[in-house]
Design a protein around this ligand. Sequence first.
Ligand code: DGY
Length: 431
Amino acid sequence: MKDLGIKAKRVLLGNNLGKSTKPAPKQYPHQWNWDSAFIALGVSNYDAERAGDEIISLLGGQWNNGMIPHIIYSDNEEYFPDQKRWDIHRTKKAPANVDTSGITQPPMITIAAHKIVEKLGAGFGQEVYQKLLSYHRWLYRERDPNNEGLVSIIHPWESGIDNSPRWIGTLDKIILTTKPKYERKDQKHVAGEERPTNVEYDRFVYLMDLARDFDYDQKQILANSPFVVQDVLFNSILHKANECLREIAVKIGKHKSDIDEIDNWMKTTRLAFKHKLWDSQTNMHCDYDLRNNNKICENSIAIFGPLYAGLVDEGDAQLIAQHLNDVNKYAPSLGSTKYYIPTTSKNSKHFNPKRYWLGPIWVNTNWMVIRGLERYGFTDLADRIRKDTLTLLEKGGFCEYFNPYTGKGHGTKRFSWSAALAIDLLSDSTK
Ligand code: DGY
């Protein structure tokens, strides 16, 4: 296991972009939002300054309305969609000298920044706090205009879990009269059967073009886009991020009005999870599709987000954790899967052990579930998942995702957050 840490650092060094780290050598050649946050979380264990640079670099792409984009383009490395397709400079809200995408990703950045503040002290908190607060304010102002405590995502890419089975029903309702023109580049380095389908990609591109054509005016997008969803995992991460933002605010002596504002977000979210998203038939929270006005109750890795965020009481935490013990859903068993945790329940009709988020094991979601289980005292299960995660990385290398039956690595190799979070998990024994 000692070697694993050394190899992980080598992967991160290989993906170094100067002040930030790309997710992978060829497949993802720019800076990604939640990737950088996971990278910073891992790197902070041995080089907090460098982890801080990662966050500062990400904040360099922040729009002047507070939005932190999901991609910051580093140069003309081949990737679709490129910066021209987003055409962000059509709006004055975009930063003048940086090329970014026009949508966001789960706000892991605040969680990573909080860990770096613990290492580097209040000075780093002073440096980033106002920018992080303005990002959270943007999320609530522009994406939760009715103050439900649930922000909406307007693109599956914003969930970070692009082809989650949760989005299939909503995407299927989008009838394209003309197919958008574009050329996929994501299947150049990774087999097509491990990536989202063309049907999904057409809709991904349609939705990004739509946001662009509304000049990234969130009011227009919320009113007109066929994809407006209150995502359980995104909102769980935001709740955890609020907890972190609050701690930074206290540490750097911020005014009580800031703290009250954050407390109010958290209180409202907690109520919304209980009264709007919880489904007592299935013992999980469901996403909510605001465009079509229906709950989305697909059993996927997202249902464990509320454990990570501390959003439920002990009783509901117990019920949620039970899904992990079920051999038909997530638990390994003889003749079935061998490792924790498939990203889609095995008994879902959409489950596929090779294709992106339809079933393979991802290191970041395993990591979040481990932290959630630890939070509620389910340490045996957390230990088992940590052991499986490290075994997969040892056997398969730092792949993007892993087959839950065989442990075979899929997606790109030398994937940064697999390396960074391996370092974080390895350091657990010394914490
Ligand atoms: C991809 O290219 O698959 C990314 O997830 C989009 O951000």
